[in-house]
Design a protein around this ligand. Structure first.
Ligand code: FES
Length: 124
């Protein structure tokens, strides 16, 4: 793993951050990716600001790294700002991903966007 992935990916794989579940999130979602891995995202939102985000997965090490980095990018952002975050942003913040890890970043971002949609629908 150390040879194929950046130091950041390996670090988050070994020590994921903001990993957990919430019982009563303001917005939440899960997606089963095409590879079979599941990503869950939980949000607490005050006004327009996402002040807490957790992820949970039992997927691969890259998925742990993508979930961790995504939560760090989203924490404290407004909904509008979070919607602009792309898989590329997650990849870039991790100092790159190999081709077979890109779908992990896509899965994490898609699940975050779906959790925001859940919040927006609940608060219409
Ligand atoms: S291997 Fe499929 S999400 Fe990571």
């Amino acid at each position: 793993m150390e040879k194929l992935y950046s130091k950041k990916v390996v670090s988050y794989y070994k020590n994921p951050v903001n990993m957990g579940r919430m019982n009563d999130p303001d917005g939440g979602a899960f997606i089963k990716g095409l590879c079979g891995d599941i990503m869950e995202i939980y949000l607490l939102i005050e006004g327009e600001t996402i002040y807490k985000i957790y992820f949970h997965t039992e997927g691969c090490g890259v998925t742990l790294a993508c979930g961790s980095m995504l939560t760090e990018l989203v924490m404290g952002k407004t909904i509008q700002e979070a919607l602009k975050i792309s898989p590329y942003d997650v990849m870039n913040a991790l100092d790159g991903l190999p081709r077979d890890g890109i779908h992990c970043a896509i899965l994490a971002v898609n699940t975050m966007h779906k959790a925001i949609a859940d919040y927006l629908l609940k608060t219409e």
